[in-house]
Design a protein around this ligand. Sequence first.
Ligand SMILES: NC(=O)c1ccc[n+]([C@@H]2O[C@H](COP(=O)([O-])OP(=O)(O)OC[C@H]3O[C@@H](n4cnc5c(N)ncnc54)[C@H](O)[C@@H]3O)[C@@H](O)[C@H]2O)c1
Length: 261
Amino acid sequence: MQKNFAGKVAFVTGAGAGIGRAIALEWARRGGIVVATDMNPDAARSVAGEIEHQGGRAFNLGLDVKSLDAIRAAFASAASRAGGIDVLFNVAGTNLMKNVEEMADEEWYSIIDTNLSSVYRCSKQAVPEIRKRGGGAIVNIASIAGIMAENRCAAYSASKGGVVLLTRNMAMDFAPYNIRVNAICPGSTRTPRIEGYMRARPGHERAIADLCPLKRFAEPEEIARPAVFLASDDASYVTGAALVVDGGLTAGFKLPLFEEL
Ligand SMILES: NC(=O)c1ccc[n+]([C@@H]2O[C@H](COP(=O)([O-])OP(=O)(O)OC[C@H]3O[C@@H](n4cnc5c(N)ncnc54)[C@H](O)[C@@H]3O)[C@@H](O)[C@H]2O)c1
């Protein structure tokens, strides 16, 4: 895989923890410059500090992807401080375990806003900046819930399905500007959010891990590496893809009957 991203600037949303943090660290490890943004400014600062401690270059910004004004200001600040933007990683997202009947209207709109509309808003600001560099890439972190429904995750599944199709749409629209747009669809990944959920529900971890053929959760780095690959020149002919990284969960289903034959 491409080793040297020297001078290439990646803007990462939700970089303060989990998959976003792993992407920020992986980009920096390969020599790229990171703009680490998160709604938790302390978390963004801490990741940027970690990168600098390891000899990399990073900027940090507090950024809630629900706010258009904040996004505009963050992209303007990032472009002037880092000298431009080559890559956008849309990572910030959240979940809500409710079905349509249980959900309040505000909860539906909030999940769609955080997970889907944020990708629209950030990409809209990123594209003119990436065009100024002669091209680049956008990588959206969707979910396997965006290609296969998960029970009691109505708004989450709808938002992530939207991210997959928005990815394909932008891949078509921005190819003439040499901007490739791809998505990653992770399966269960051991991030702070998921670990908090597991702590509150002993026994669920094994049950969830057993759903996939590899029988374990992904580590955040195992999602970050394919995400960084999609943004690299090694993926120069890849655009409009939704790369499933799920330990085989969506590969197929197992019939107990066939095991016995
Ligand atoms: N962990 C998984 O199993 C899994 C699986 C599939 C998809 N994903 C997706 O990966 C992405 C990252 O998930 P994670 O598990 O690493 O989450 P996480 O909760 O561990 O970290 C998410 C980070 O995003 C930030 N964030 C949340 N809402 C934000 C907002 N409105 N604006 C800016 N920052 C915000 C949080 O402060 C946090 O630092 C999400 O889009 C999630 O849907 C995760």
